[in-house]
Design a protein. Structure first.
Length: 242
């Protein structure tokens, strides 16, 4: 998609906003701010990109979203906003990566399904969402270091010495929103997209599987061991018999 004019972005955003006020606000779905410090926010741009031509929205890849955002933020490396808009903020955005896709969505593909219903897996959380002030507080508790690898913000990354460490808000459990009790600081390298498969403890260690689709990426020998373990746990029960 080509770069949209400010007027086009504002028109699509206001169109989405009208649906939010009528159908979604009561369910706790969060509408991202259109601007911050005079610039369009990445979340708003992502929502506009997905909502263009609604209700005839199309399937878009993460690469397409990233390329669109780079027209406004050239230094953007990787865009996670489509996932965040769906799982955290409640927008009905189907994801092929998360295993809740429609229309045979592939890995890394998204589609805005509806502006009249919240995401089926969205639950209204009334806990405090991480903001700038308590985010700094959380980073401070970790001495401004990545909980997983220990790299310090603003200094060379331990695993990638040629890059400067930038801390991001990492989910302990990616199936839950970024609340004070579900957030750890992670560098961009440790908080990369495939890490949404795992649940972390407060020390940044993997303790559980968050997304069963992680099994599909495993070697056949590992999948076979998992199958035998689950077969024994559930005594060979057919899941379709429920």
């Amino acid at each position: 998609m080509k770069k949209l004019s400010d007027r086009e972005i504002e028109d699509i955003y206001n169109f989405v906003k009208s649906f939010h006020e009528k159908f979604l606000e009561k369910s706790g779905v969060i509408l991202p701010s259109l601007r911050k410090s005079g610039k369009f926010t990445k979340s708003a741009l992502t929502l506009v990109f997905l909502a263009k031509d609604y209700p005839k929205t199309r399937i878009v890849s993460k690469k397409e979203i990233t390329e669109f955002i780079r027209k406004y933020y050239p230094d953007t490396n990787d865009v996670q906003d489509a996932r965040h808009l769906g799982m955290q903020k409640g927008w009905y955005i189907a994801s092929g990566t998360r295993g809740n896709g429609i229309d045979d969505l592939g890995y890394g593909e998204y589609k805005l399904v509806s502006l009249e219903e919240p995401h089926p897996n969205f639950k209204l959380h009334r806990k405090e969402i991480v903001g700038e002030l308590n985010w700094d507080e959380i980073k401070s508790k970790y001495d401004f270091r990545c909980a997983s690898c220990g790299s310090k913000e603003g200094e060379p990354n331990f695993r990638y010495p040629g890059t400067t460490t930038k801390l991001t808000q990492g989910h302990m459990d990616p199936n839950k929103p970024l609340t004070k009790d579900n957030t750890i600081p992670q560098c961009e390298k440790c908080n990369r997209p495939d890490r949404n498969y795992w649940i972390y403890d407060r020390k940044g260690r993997v303790i559980k599987v968050a997304d069963p689709s992680a099994v599909a990426k495993s070697d056949e020998s590992v999948k076979w061991k998992i199958y035998k373990m689950l077969y024994n746990d559930y005594r060979g029960k057919n899941p379709n018999d429920e």
